[in-house]
Design a protein. Structure first.
Length: 97
């Protein structure tokens, strides 16, 4: 019976040792995964900041293009009004002759 108890004790010791090895391996894996999660969070934050900057740049360009078109339209309108005023002045000059 003592041999049976010794075998049981040995199996419990072996299992305990295996559990210790598995525990250590899982702790190492957990630490690696935690580091990976932190790196991914950092990358996500950087990408979110980059996205925000790109959106801001896009909005600025869109606004600048709108102003550019508006300024061009104003310039074209001024040229057209100036041409009309010259034509009116010319017509008035012809009438006054």
């Amino acid at each position: 019976m003592k041999d049976g108890q010794a075998d049981i004790i040995q199996r419990v010791a072996d299992k305990t040792q295996q559990l210790g090895v598995l525990y250590h391996a899982s702790m190492v894996q957990n630490r690696q995964l935690t580091e990976q999660v932190q790196q991914l969070k950092k990358q996500l934050q950087e990408k979110n900041e980059e996205l925000h900057e790109l959106k801001q740049t896009y909005n600025n360009l869109k606004f600048a293009r709108h102003i550019e078109f508006t300024s061009k339209d104003v310039h074209d309108t001024r040229l057209m009004v100036n041409k009309m005023v010259r034509e009116i002045d010319h017509c008035i000059a012809l009438i006054n002759r």
